[in-house]
Design a protein around this ligand. Structure first.
Ligand code: BGC
Length: 428
């Protein structure tokens, strides 16, 4: 017996990408960082990943794994990639505009690159894919890096000027994502130091966070001054925290962490037209008996059997927890990212359906969810924390040597949901 869970009319179905991860031949702070660190990262892979991961993905020991280079050549292949998205039943697409292409030098806007994004936008329009446009997805032009990136207050002004230029070119775009995951960026770039600029300094982290928050607020106002009806927000990522084993003190700690997860929404709540939620996994933390330390553990450490190629714990109910939590802001909610690294495509279908089941449940209990973007349309470079090309998140598999694309089986299953606007599940 099957049951059909219907999604609201007009629901947006699609997938997400970011410029640096898919376009290829990008010159920014990240591409420089890749060149400087690729050798070190290849050498360190053995200490960073588990034995099963090393055996399954030996490319992590190659320097090339860490250099974006031609990436998926989506800069040239976007037209056929969007054709595939359309074929797969998508009606929307989230992507980012690369600041370093638009403004490679301070105050000099590159007309050729502007034309490129006009073509991209035209292509989406022709295929009736609603654009969800991100203005900043982690990367900065080199001249911004050279003035101290987001730790410099001037970057806020420069960013607003760039954003103003973009929105003046694309007044027809309805959905704008100002920033992608500012808190993740700050913690990895300025506290953990595992991404450019690779700093570990709490004062710089604070400054960068304040500047990014300011950039969100001022850009929000600027866009609304120019485009009254635009829907403007920022994409924010959350982890669902669980306590290690059944020790109550670990669960209390996890509860505290979950309550802190909404922190950025609270900061921007009156300057957002929607909530952009990104959810990937649950994280376990606590006192590991006999382990002698407090720690954060992924599933591979202990009891869970359900984990991704990155060792992330799959916990679909977590998305429901956060949807219920953010519903209190009374704003439309878009799931701007949710996805799995799963090279052999054995878990993706279940992952997508599992999460959508909980999304639907939240909707049926009043959460105003209006769209879902799977991460990602195609395999790409996992530049977050310098993982490189080996984690395979795509609905479409990419052969990086030939740029040949192959649609994964799970993508066809997701297509059925997108096309019918409903999820079929077993049950009464
Ligand atoms: C980021 C993406 C990234 C994905 C998977 C998100 O945090 O926005 O750029 O590829 O997670 O790690």
């Amino acid at each position: 017996m099957t049951k059909k869970l219907k999604f609201p009319d007009g629901f947006l179905w699609g997938a997400a990408t970011s410029a640096h991860q898919v376009e290829g031949n990008v010159h920014n702070d990240w591409s420089e960082w890749e060149k400087e660190n690729a050798e070190r990262l290849a050498e360190e892979a053995g200490g960073k990943w588990k034995k099963w991961q090393q055996e399954k993905f030996p490319e992590m020991f190659e320097k090339e794994n860490y250099i974006s280079g031609a990436a998926c050549d989506h800069y040239n292949l976007y037209e056929s990639d969007f054709d595939t998205a359309k074929e797969l039943g998508h009606n929307a697409h989230r992507f980012s505009i690369e600041w370093s292409r638009i403004e490679p030098e301070e105050g000099k806007f590159d007309e050729k690159e502007i034309e490129h994004y006009k073509d991209v936008m035209k292509s989406l329009k022709n295929k009736e894919l609603e654009p969800f446009v991100t203005l900043w997805h982690y990367t900065n032009p080199l001249w911004i890096r050279n003035i101290g990136g987001w730790t410099n207050k001037k970057t806020v002004e420069y960013f607003i000027r760039y954003a103003e230029k973009i929105i003046s070119i694309f007044p027809e775009v309805k959905f704008w994502v100002i920033l992608n995951e500012p808190t993740v960026y700050v913690s990895l770039s300025y506290l953990k130091g595992t991404q450019p600029p690779g700093r570990k300094n709490i004062f710089l982290a604070r400054r960068a966070m304040n500047n990014l928050t300011q950039a969100h607020k001022s850009t929000y106002e600027m866009i609304h001054k120019n485009l009254e009806s635009a829907k403007v927000g920022t994409a924010y990522s959350v982890n669902y925290w669980q306590g290690y084993k059944k020790y109550p003190w670990n669960w209390i700690l996890a509860k505290i962490m979950n309550s802190l997860e909404g922190y950025f929404f609270r900061k921007i709540e009156n300057k957002s037209d929607y909530i952009g939620l990104q959810y990937y996994r649950s994280v376990t933390l606590g006192w590991k008996w006999g382990g002698n330390f407090w720690g954060i553990f992924d599933s591979t450490f202990h009891e869970s059997k359900d984990f991704t190629d990155l060792g992330w714990n799959i916990y679909s109910r977590g998305i429901y927890y956060f949807l219920k939590k953010v519903a209190k802001y009374n704003l439309p909610i878009y799931i701007t990212e949710n996805g799995i690294a799963d090279a052999d495509d054995s878990k993706r279908e279940k992952f997508i359906k599992g999460h959508l089941f909980w999304v639907h449940k939240a909707i049926s209990e009043g959460a105003d969810v209006r769209g879902y973007f799977y991460w990602s349309l195609m395999d790409n470079i996992e530049f977050v924390e310098d993982r490189g090309f080996w984690p395979r998140f795509g609905l479409i598999e990419v052969d990086y040597k030939t740029q040949v694309r192959t649609i994964r089986k799970s993508a066809l299953e997701y297509a059925k949901i997108c096309k019918s606007n409903e999820l079929e599940i077993d049950g009464k």
